[in-house]
Design a protein around this ligand. Sequence first.
Ligand SMILES: [Zn+2]
Length: 274
Amino acid sequence: MKTSELMDQIESRIKELATKTEDAKASEEVTQYLRFLSRFHRYSLHNTMAIWIHCPNATHVAGYNAWMKLGRYVRKGERGIPIFAPCTQAVPKGEEEDDEKKTRKVIGYKIVYVFDVSQTEGKPLPQAPIVAQGDGSALLPVLEGIAFDLGIGLEYRAMSGSHHGTSYGGSIDVDSGLDDAGKSSVIIHELAHELLHKGADRMLLSTRQKETEAESTAYVVCSHFGFDSAAPNYLALWDAKPEQIIEAFQRIRDVAASLIDMIEAKFNAEEVCA
Ligand SMILES: [Zn+2]
């Protein structure tokens, strides 16, 4: 497969999602995609789309040789899932960028093939440590720590009606009446606003669009840690053009991935200290 073919597949899938006339169906598919994203947060937006298109039930993917190192073998006849991999070139000495002393730079992309665990057999996979319980009780103190690390003030206050949180730019308020899972999901939602919607260029996004992005981020992060937050209403995205939808997915993916990484780093640090 050529890189241009895979790129066309991905773009037409996004356009197809964006032009679904049946609202409920579009929403359901986006929810599926976001759940998928929560399992593959280390992959780029385009690669998660590529895996989703070719193997919608994938849970763990790796290259042929990477599976061998884990003691598993790709079954004969299994078709690889095409993803993009960067082609890099050595940077000549003395020409490194000032800010980063990178010795290689990306000069393009090529297609490589990965396989889902369901296409392999052999030694059982090591179980990933379960870092959060379904009730959010383990996650809440970690999220409070992340807000602190980011320099974002966090206050619990009594709130009424359907309003459970506010992001002010530099500080957030969270409804004190929620349970731990509810508080966790609201903190992630408000942190997403803090990280995504405070720059001057972001003020142009509509309120509905900002809410959809924050809610989608909370959905991805909560599903990664094994508990449900309310599935957002994605229809706000569909007022936008396909390019804008890709940008919105990119923002959701980036901020969800960095929050997941921060949370996992804190969990791991605690394990080491314990
Ligand atoms: Zn919001």
